[in-house]
Each structure stands twice: as structure tokens, then as C-alpha cells.
Design a protein around this ligand. Structure first.
Ligand SMILES: Cc1cc2nc3c(=O)[nH]c(=O)nc-3n(C[C@H](O)[C@H](O)[C@H](O)COP(=O)(O)OP(=O)(O)OC[C@H]3O[C@@H](n4cnc5c(N)ncnc54)[C@H](O)[C@@H]3O)c2cc1C
Length: 475
């Protein structure tokens, strides 16, 4: 079909008008000052419906190892070459062994399948039993079947997962560092005993719902309500972006108590009446993670599933502080994987008769990436030590998250350039990591919000809220 557009004043003689109007291949419509005549092309229609297609068309894509034999795809993950300042020296033998265990799992189990699931925007449930066998879920939580690792061990676990696949690290982060950690920090003894052991074994999956369609950065103003009734609470409202929520067994949900007007936390089970979670489609990053829009329509939560430790928005910060540190380490892991990929690719791919690694510009980019990574690791490591000492402040971890996200963004962008055309294909890791970095730049407090948290701490002045617009100067 193609449109012919005439000015509305065009005059056709009577015979022509009758011909066009009686022929079913032509149709007319008016647009502004024109008459649009749409002509359906007989040849195209015949071609589309009657001609048998040649076997030359619609062939499936070649396997990338055949299409581009000069470079190994990320399904065979490159060795780690980015540990230039020997970070292992700063780790205990236990932390080093956890690092190697997680690295081996990710390279062996996740690297070969990650592109397929990322492209389909599906989660690979089949890999969970082997992940559970690593005994890493619950990270630094002690008891209740959790490993009781140091916070540094949990951080490098996160980085090693993100190095290979950022989506998988976000799934793990929401489950372990957000949902499980909140239950550990704010749950009753009974709740911890009831929920944590099966979450630690990944027999059940957790989710963590704070943000809403109308309240993202301004999450403390959330509108979901919790109203006290006999024997429990009625939750009413909506949540947006909630990771793992489409399949999670237990969802930590924050809602405003209609009596105290303060934020409370609740454990909502997936089969609760009135609970609905719909997958958010069309994401450009973190595609393997199932982020959901949650509807809570008069959902009843029994008294025993209200978290006793969440009585204000400030209480959510207890969980947010450690989650923010883990997100900073996700942001460290992603560029490490990108650097490792680039390092191998530049040696394998030849142009002008030499490997790309031989060009000065390539080396400059690689070194800039490597320098960024060393800086990010050292800042992340110092934050872990401050957390372990019990002195890490909200401003410090926010500076870590915001600064690391900036450097991580720069690093993956350099990597994307280095790979040329293959830098836009998920098969070579870098494009996938490039896209995955954007959601983390925004999640767990955007770059701006984390900057303002640090700004408030160092100046003593909060600049989150703009003075009412009605008070603008008359000048
Ligand atoms: C992939 C992904 C996963 C997520 N997972 C979860 C989850 O599991 N659970 C959960 O509860 N939430 C989750 N979130 C939500 C996330 O926390 C929010 O997206 C984030 O807090 C930002 O909120 P917003 O998207 O509504 O952006 P907005 O708040 O609308 O911000 C838009 C822009 O305005 C800027 N801005 C806003 N306020 C200010 C200000 N005062 N000063 C200066 N600039 C400002 C922001 O920095 C940003 O650039 C997830 C988000 C993503 C993208």
C-alpha cells in the first residue's frame, strides 16, 4: 500500500472520479488540507500471499562462532585479567575461596545460557539448585541456615556474579540483600525461623517492594496503606519495578499505617487473595530479571507477618544501607567482566594486519578502564571495612554508589567502543553489560539522589525538596 496525497482543491473529471471510487484497490481519506488516496499494489499483494518463498530468505542467524570466528564469544567467559593491584591480598583465605567458588559457578553454569535468557527476558529457574548448593544466599546473616559471611565476602560474591551476568546479580541482590536482609534486621524471632532457612536454600524466593508508580526517588511519601483489622492488616495500593515479584514466594511490602501515618513493613505471601504482580515488559537492560507492577487490592496480612522492626521510613534505611553497598559492588563487577572481555577480544581481533591490542588508542582505553576498576574496588573495599566496623554512614555509602556508578558507566562505554560492531551484540558481553548498567545507575537511589544524600551529610542542608513553586521570586 502507498499513499498519494493531493491538495484538497484538486479537481478530477467525472470519469476519473468514478474509476477511482469503483475500484476496490483505491481508498480515500482527508488529512488537513489534503486528500489522501491509498493505492493497494496488486503485485505486492500477490507476492505476499501466493508466491512460494525461496529458501534463501528468513534463514536463522549463524552461530556467532561461525559468523565471527576471530573472537571467542562470552559463552566461553574470558579469564579474569583486571585484578591489577592484587585485590586478593586484601581478602581473607575464606573470602578468596568464596570468590573462586562463585566465579567458577558463574562461568560454568550461567555464561553459556545468559544471552538466550536475556534476549527472551526470561529467568533460568533450572540453575537455582546449583546456586543453592554454593551456600551463599543470605550472605552476612548469621544463623537460620544462612552462611554468616563477612560483608566483604558478600560484596565480592555480588561482584563475581555481576562480572558474568548483571541480571543474575540483581535477582540475587533482591532475594538475598533486600528481602532476606530486611527479615533478618527487622523480623521477629518467629519470622526469621519461619522464612530465612528456605530462602537461604533458594527453595523459596524473596522480593522487596518499596517504590510506587507515583513515588520513586520520593519513596518516603509512598501511598500504599495498611489498615488495622481484627487479627491482621489490610493492604491497599500499588507498587512498581519490584524485582522477582512475578514469581516470589514472599514479598516484603512497605505501606503507610493509616493510624500512625508511619511506614510499616509486611511479609506478603504469593497466594494472598487480592495480590497481583504483572511483569514489566520491554526493558532495555536487566532483561532476565522479572520486575513487576504489583496491585494490592484489600490484601489481608495476619498480625504475625507484620515486621516489628519497621516503624518509620528511617527503619527501611537499615536494610537500604547494606543493599546500597551490595549495589555498589554490582557496579564494580560489571566493568570487571567488560574489561576481561575487551582484554581477550583485542588480542584475538586483527585489523590492518595486527591485533587491535597493538594500537595505542586501544591501549589507552584499556588502561583507563583498568584504572577506573582499581579505584572502584578500593573504594568499595573501604566501605566494606567501615560497615564491618559499624561506622559506615548513609552519606559514605551513597558517595560509593554514585561515584562508582559514574565510573562504571564510563568504563562500559569505553568497552563498547573497543569492540566496534560486536560491541552492540549481546554475544560478546559488552553490549549486554552496557545496557544492564543503566538500570543500576537508576535503581537503589539514582545518581542524583545518592549525591544529595552525601551532600546533605557534608553540609547539613537537605536539598531534596524544592520550596513551594508559589513562593517564586517576583523579580
Ligand atoms: C531495573 C530496576 C529494578 C528495580 N527494583 C526495585 C525493587 O526490587 N524494589 C523497589 O522497591 N524498587 C525497585 N526499583 C525502583 C527504583 O528504586 C527507582 O526506579 C528509583 O528509586 C528511581 O525512581 P523513579 O524510577 O521513579 O525515577 P524518578 O524518581 O521519577 O526520577 C527521575 C529523575 O529525576 C531525578 N530526581 C528525582 N528527584 C530529584 C531531586 N530531589 N533532586 C534532583 N533530581 C531528582 C532522578 O535522579 C532521576 O534522574 C527498581 C528500578 C529499576 C530500574
Amino acid at each position: 500500500m502507498f499513499p498519494l496525497i493531493f491538495p484538497s482543491k484538486t479537481s478530477l473529471d467525472l470519469r476519473s472520479r468514478r474509476f477511482f471510487h469503483q475500484n476496490p484497490l483505491f481508498s480515500f481519506s482527508r488529512a488537513h488540507s489534503s486528500i489522501v488516496m491509498t493505492v493497494e499494489c496488486t503485485e505486492t499483494r500477490d507476492e505476499q500471499h501466493n508466491e512460494p518463498k525461496s529458501s534463501y530468505f528468513n534463514l536463522p542467524a549463524l552461530d556467532v562462532s561461525i559468523a565471527f570466528p576471530q573472537a571467542t564469544p562470552a559463552s566461553i567467559f574470558p579469564p579474569c585479567t583486571s585484578d591489577y593491584f592484587q585485590f586478593d591480598d586484601l581478602l581473607t583465605p575464606e573470602e578468596q575461596s568464596i570468590r573462586m567458588k562463585v566465579r567458577e559457578y558463574m562461568e560454568k553454569e550461567i555464561a553459556p545460557i545468559m544471552v538466550k535468557y536475556w534476549e527472551k527476558a526470561e529467568f533460568p529457574f533450572d540453575v537455582l539448585p546449583k546456586l543453592a548448593a554454593l551456600g551463599i544466599a543470605g550472605g552476612s546473616i548469621k544463623g537460620y541456615g544462612c552462611p554468616g559471611h563477612s560483608i566483604t565476602a558478600s560484596a565480592i560474591t555480588m561482584a563475581e556474579i555481576a562480572r558474568v551476568d548483571a541480571s543474575f546479580s540483581l535477582f540475587f541482590m533482591v532475594h538475598s540483600s533486600s528481602a532476606m536482609k530486611t527479615i533478618a534486621l527487622a523480623g521477629s524471632e518467629t519470622q526469621k525461623q519461619k522464612y530465612l532457612p528456605s530462602l537461604a536454600q533458594l527453595k523459596t524466593i524473596g522480593s522487596w517492594g518499596l517504590t510506587e508508580p507515583g513515588y520513586g526517588s520520593d519513596a518516603s511519601s509512598l501511598k500504599t496503606t495498611a489498615t488495622k483489622v481484627i487479627g491482621g492488616w489490610i493492604l491497599e495500593g500499588q507498587k512498581r519495578w519490584i524485582g522477582n515479584s512475578t514469581f516470589a514466594d514472599v514479598l516484603v511490602i512497605f505501606a503507610r499505617n493509616t493510624t500512625t501515618k508511619q511506614i510499616n513493613g509486611f511479609l506478603v505471601k504469593k497466594d494472598a487473595l487480592g495480590l497481583q504482580a504483572n511483569k514489566i515488559e520491554n526493558k532495555i537492560g536487566m532483561r532476565m530479571v522479572q520486575n513487576g507492577d504489583i496491585l494490592l487490592k484489600k490484601v489481608f496480612v495476619p498480625d504475625e507477618d507484620k515486621l516489628p522492626g519497621i516503624n518509620s521510613f528511617g527503619d527501611t534505611n537499615k536494610a537500604l544501607a547494606s543493599a546500597r553497598l551490595m549495589v555498589a559492588w554490582q557496579l564494580i563487577g560489571i566493568p570487571i567482566g567488560v574489561y576481561d572481555m575487551c582484554h581477550r577480544y583485542l588480542q584475538e581481533r586483527k585489523q590492518f594486519g595486527v591485533p587491535l591490542a597493538a594500537f595505542q588508542i586501544s591501549q589507552q582505553r584499556l588502561v583507563q578502564m583498568l584504572g577506573n576498576i582499581q579505584g572502584m574496588i578500593l573504594m568499595g573495599w573501604r566501605l566494606c571495612k567501615l560497615y564491618e566496623k559499624g561506622t559506615m554512614t548513609a552519606g559514605q555509602v551513597s558517595l560509593g554508589k554514585s561515584w562508582i556508578s559514574l565510573k562504571a558507566r564510563e568504563t562500559v562505554a569505553l568497552g563498547r567502543e573497543l569492540l566496534g560492531g560486536n560491541g552492540i551484540l549481546t554475544d560478546f558481553q559488552v553490549a549486554k553489560a552496557f545496557c544492564d548498567l543503566e538500570p543500576i545507575y537508576t535503581g537503589e537511589g539514582t545518581y542524583d539522589i545518592n549525591t544529595l544524600v552525601t551532600g546533605r551529610e557534608i553540609t547539613g542542608i537537605s536539598s531534596f525538596r524544592v520550596p513551594a513553586l508559589t513562593q517564586q521570586s517576583r523579580l
